[in-house]
Design a protein around this ligand. Structure first.
Ligand code: DQA
Length: 142
């Protein structure tokens, strides 16, 4: 089983960006723990701060993958283009947020991408990604 994780803007700064919200370990460190935990799953990871690169990655990733985990970060709340890209591909996408976006500012409560994903996981810290992998395993076994 192949799962690709796509992280959007500022998530390259995990570990030092607002650690009280996003935690104090880097995504690379967390990714290693995911690889250790899900040894039977082929995990890959991409991050970009650029909206168009995230769209290209969604389009290109749409080949022989079982799932995509997408944290579009702030683009979640602004990007019709990313929402359209998700709709245009066949691979199931799970939307992930580290923080509980519904407990924060009002502008974070709106997601353009939610209507086009199979499900949303938010608020469990970095563990949201692990829960998303688990959900894709279950989704593919349905
Ligand atoms: C985030 C929440 C977004 O509102 C924010 O812009 C981010 C990260 C999260 O993972 O909690 O950059 O997607």
């Amino acid at each position: 089983m192949k799962i690709h994780i796509i992280n959007g803007p500022n998530l390259n700064l995990l570990g030092k960006r607002e650690p009280e919200i996003y935690g104090s370990i880097t995504f690379q460190e967390y990714f290693s723990t995911l690889q250790f935990k899900y040894k039977n799953i082929e995990l890959s990871y991409f991050q970009s701060n650029i909206e168009g690169e995230l769209i290209s990655e969604l389009q290109e990733a749409d080949n022989n993958l079982d799932g995509i985990i997408l944290n579009a970060a702030a683009y979640t709340h602004t990007s019709i283009a990313i929402a359209d890209a998700i709709k245009a591909i066949n691979t199931p996408v799970v939307e992930v947020h580290i923080s509980n976006v519904y407990a924060r500012e009002d502008f974070r409560k709106k997601s353009y991408i939610s209507p086009n994903v199979v499900g949303v996981i938010a608020g469990f810290g970095l563990d949201s990604y692990s829960l998303a992998i688990q959900s894709l395993i279950n989704f593919n076994n349905q």
